[in-house]
Write a protein of this length. Structure first.
Length: 175
């Protein structure tokens, strides 16, 4: 008995269930548009697998990529480097560097506080929990498809733009 692969609508339903199940693990949220786009692009550009498996794999890869991109460790290493420079400087320069370092520390602490307030406001606005670190969008899906298949992101976007142009010209002539 041969079971046919699900169509895009059925694959989308499976993708939504998968995204909801892995939301807390990857600490990301997925837009509905991104999930639909993942099903569409996986069906179009990944021929060696079947729906919903390839769409689910694409969604998982996009979630992990967004999680990695959202994590930030660069600011801490920069600050610790500056602190080491202050500690190992001669006494005359140490005071000037310490003062400069302290001003920078206060500035960045204030900036961090502002960013946290902005993030808290966005989490409230979009009803995200504190574990969510990012939102997977169409651009994230395109980027993963591009890396996975070798098709340039600009080609993926261009195909979509051409299709929209054809659709618009067809609609205007039929009206």
């Amino acid at each position: 008995m041969k079971v046919p692969a699900p169509n895009e609508d059925e694959a989308f339903s499976c993708s939504v269930a998968f995204a909801n199940a892995t939301k807390s693990f990857n600490a990301v949220s997925y837009t509905e548009d991104a999930l639909r786009y993942a099903v569409y692009l996986s069906n179009r550009y990944i021929p060696d697998r079947f729906l919903p498996d390839k769409a689910i794999d694409l969604i998982g890869r996009s979630g992990r990529a967004r999680k990695i991109a959202s994590s930030d460790g660069s600011g801490r290493s920069q600050r610790s480097t500056e602190a080491c420079e202050v500690h190992h400087a001669p006494h005359g320069k140490r005071d000037r560097r310490a003062t400069k370092f302290e001003r920078k520390r206060r500035f960045y602490s204030e900036e961090e506080r502002k960013e946290k307030e902005t993030l808290r406001g966005l989490r409230d606005r979009y009803k995200l929990d504190d574990a969510t670190t990012g939102i997977v969008s169409r651009e994230d899906i395109e980027e993963v498809v591009s890396r996975w298949t070798g098709v340039a992101v600009t080609s993926i976007k261009e195909d979509e733009q051409q299709k929209l142009l054809r659709h618009r010209t067809g609609t205007s002539t039929s009206v």
